[in-house]
Design a binder for this molecule. Structure first.
Ligand SMILES: [Zn+2]
Length: 116
């Protein structure tokens, strides 16, 4: 059974909207931590800074996913969706069902992981 492009596109757009919404509501958490000696103790300042680092890490991950989603949507437009960007082979349908924004086949993806 071939990949359902319309469904993939719908899922990608849905995920994109979700990420954009999450980025929007988490804006405050990424603001620089105010180091107010008077009202905040040392430990809670560290908590706040840790929370900020976590929020920034989450934001980086979201940006990465958004980029993959954009590329996947472009691939749909170019009629290249479901093809590995590295080797050009078809990406397994199971993999695309799990993550519609997957850009490379499992072989290339795991090869990339090893070299990192
Ligand atoms: Zn590949």
């Amino acid at each position: 059974m071939p990949i359902n492009i319309n469904e993939a596109r719908a899922r990608l757009l849905e995920r994109k909207a979700e990420i954009e919404h999450l980025r929007d509501i988490s804006k405050d958490a990424r603001k620089p931590v105010k180091l107010d000696q008077q009202s905040v103790g040392r430990l809670s300042r560290m908590d706040a800074m840790q929370g900020q680092a976590l929020a920034q890490e989450t934001e980086r991950r979201r940006q990465g996913e958004l980029m993959r989603i954009e590329r996947a949507l472009k691939a749909i437009d170019l009629d290249e969706y479901g093809l590995c960007v590295s080797c050009g082979d078809e990406i397994a349908q199971k993999r695309l069902e799990l993550d519609p924004s997957a850009l490379s086949c499992i072989r290339c993806a795991s090869g990339e992981d090893r070299s990192r």
